[in-house]
Design a protein around this ligand. Structure first.
Ligand SMILES: [Zn+2]
Length: 180
């Protein structure tokens, strides 16, 4: 989940196609990447949806029982950089679901927190708002969202390899994640 601090999170129910989001007028290259990555996620069997009535604090979510990734169009700016980060973040939760376990080894968590803090101190403060039981997953997702897009895609192909057609799977990227 990506939430802004200090508000409660409710479920968002009205869903539309990601195409609605991608059709916003913007810089083409980043939108292309968002569209291609969303399509890779769909090829792995996860629905990608856009809600227009999310509660004010919610930017995106992954619903594991429905196997659906949600982006909150009403709370996201018309900014491919922000939308990419939310998509990458939620896709990390898809990877955790595919993998059935944490993406990072225990010893890598401190290193991940340092990488996140170097990028944004606010993000580390936000992580404290999550319940202990969700913190680990959120640390991993926040690390994924700041990786270069190529690495995010490569991690997805690796952790969700079993769900992708064979020609979609590529070699592992050079990023510090343990083998699935
Ligand atoms: Zn999350």
């Amino acid at each position: 989940m990506v939430i802004r601090p200090g508000r409660s999170v409710a479920s968002a129910l009205v869903l539309a196609s990601l195409a609605a989001l991608v059709s916003w007028p913007v810089r083409a290259e980043s939108w292309d990447r968002i569209g291609r990555y969303a399509s890779l996620i769909r090829r792995a069997g996860t629905a990608t949806m856009v809600a227009k009535d999310c509660p004010p604090s919610l930017l995106g979510a992954f619903h594991s029982q429905r196997n659906a990734l949600l982006l909150c169009a009403n709370n996201l700016e018309n900014d491919p950089k922000q939308i990419w980060e939310v998509l990458a973040h939620e896709s990390a939760h898809v990877m955790q679901h595919c993998h059935g376990a944490a993406l990072l080894a225990d010893y890598q968590i401190d290193e991940a927190l340092e990488a996140i803090e170097a990028r944004s101190k606010t993000t580390v403060q936000e992580l404290r708002l999550y319940h202990q039981s969700q913190r680990r997953e959120e640390i991993e997702a926040r690390l994924v969202q700041i990786l270069p897009p190529r690495d995010v895609e490569a991690l997805f192909r690796r952790f969700c390899a079993d769900r992708l057609p064979p020609d979609s799977v590529s070699a592992p990227p050079a990023v510090p994640f343990e083998a699935p």
